[in-house]
Write a protein that binds this ligand. Structure first.
Ligand code: ZN
Length: 374
């Protein structure tokens, strides 16, 4: 048994690292993978632990959770995400392992040995366009396609409801979660990986045909960013993409349409500070006021996060990101680079459209994130 388990984990580490190597599939902690194995006669889900990136995850980065407990939780009519997390921790056979991914129950529900989940740019770009539902339905006729719901227990419960009564898994090529990402699965790790690559290639080919973006050469304007005193670390992006993005007409409306995949909101907030001809101090004050108004509209008993922007789009100059550390500023720069490309391509498909403001708030103020503050 032990040897079966360790070879399962080796296989799982290998193809997780492969998926992680492509930042068009997963970025900085995004996505998750799992494998089901037998340990001492009991079925165990080894699922990505939080705090690990797929690109560098090792065997010890996978949390071993009892399948029976996960499947029991899936059937509960109600469960808070905090209780789900403690339930998952209680069901681990090694308490020194990291916390299991919040998608562990969903992984358990899919009756295949190997499960891959990514936030592939190409898939979410199409999904986040005005006609995303019909494009996705046409591209993935053999997939289960699920309208957006909050990740965590609510999503697991939705999948449980859809699939509990004789769902035809054998004919199901994968799962698309609108505005969020994609799952593929198989009993063989290589086959699941290949399904992911094939599915994402379908989306990429579609975008290459209908949504190519020409980046014209733009000389950046001069701008004194020293007035943007927000965090200790900043990074300036003046790539052709950032210059193109920041030079669009009707800039504010174009760049404030929300995140590419929900978990990005934790890093980037829903929208940037937009600077056109405004005075920096006034613009910053307006940003904070609008953030507080957004918080007041949707908050119940949450603790408000820092109301300052995580990045700024400056007309004709480029994108500036802010971080408490250089690493944070770098990560936000990467996330926004992928977002910019997706927004421009989705506009070629008729218009970029992300999750609603209330869904954004729910994600930004997820009880699991709030728990870290309390
Ligand atoms: Zn996800």
């Amino acid at each position: 048994m032990a040897s079966e388990c360790s070879s399962d984990i080796d296989i799982r580490v290998y193809s997780s690292n492969l998926l992680g190597q492509s930042d068009e599939l997963v970025l900085h902690g995004g996505g998750n993978t799992s494998i089901k194995s037998i340990v001492d006669g009991e079925e165990i889900l080894y699922v990505k632990g939080s705090g690990w990136d797929l690109v560098s995850i090792q065997a010890e980065g996978f949390a071993p959770v009892r399948m029976s407990s996960l499947l029991e939780m899936a059937q509960m009519s109600e469960l808070s995400d905090s209780d789900m997390v403690s339930g998952q921790k209680a069901a681990m056979i090694d308490t020194t392992a990291p916390n299991p991914s919040v998608e562990a129950i969903l992984h358990a529900l899919i009756p295949y040995k190997v499960i891959d989940h990514t936030h592939a740019d190409a898939v979410v770009t199409i999904s986040n366009s005005v006609d995303g539902e019909s494009h996705i339905a046409r591209l993935y006729p053999d997939f289960l396609i699920v309208p957006y719901v909050m990740p965590g227990f609510v999503l697991a419960q939705r999948i449980y409801e859809i699939t509990r009564d004789g769902f035809d898994w054998a004919s199901c090529g994968g799962i698309i979660l609108h505005n969020h990402g994609i799952f593929t699965f198989d009993n063989d790790a290589k086959a699941s990986y290949t399904k992911m690559i094939d599915a994402v290639s379908r989306a990429e080919e579609f975008l290459d045909e209908y949504a190519t973006v020409e980046l014209d050469v733009i000389e950046p304007i001069e701008y004194d960013i020293s007035r943007l005193e927000i965090d200790s670390y900043i990074r300036i992006n003046q790539s052709p993409l950032a210059l193109h993005y920041s030079s669009q007409d009707d800039l504010r409306a174009k760049v404030t349409r929300g995140v590419l995949t929900p978990e990005h909101i934790i890093r980037t907030k829903r929208i940037p500070l937009v600077l056109e001809d405004d005075n920096v101090e006034d613009a910053l004050e307006r940003y904070r006021d609008e953030y507080i108004a957004y918080f007041d509209t949707y908050a119940q008993d949450e603790i408000m996060l820092d109301p300052n922007p995580k990045y700024a789009v400056i007309k004709g100059f480029g994108v500036v990101t802010f971080g408490k550390t250089q690493r944070e500023a770098d990560i936000i720069t990467d996330v926004i680079a992928h977002t910019m490309r997706a927004v421009l391509r989705a506009d070629k498909l008729g218009g970029y459209q992300s999750i609603s403001i209330s869904d954004s708030f729910e994600m930004e103020y997820w009880e699991l994130e709030q728990a870290k503050l309390k």
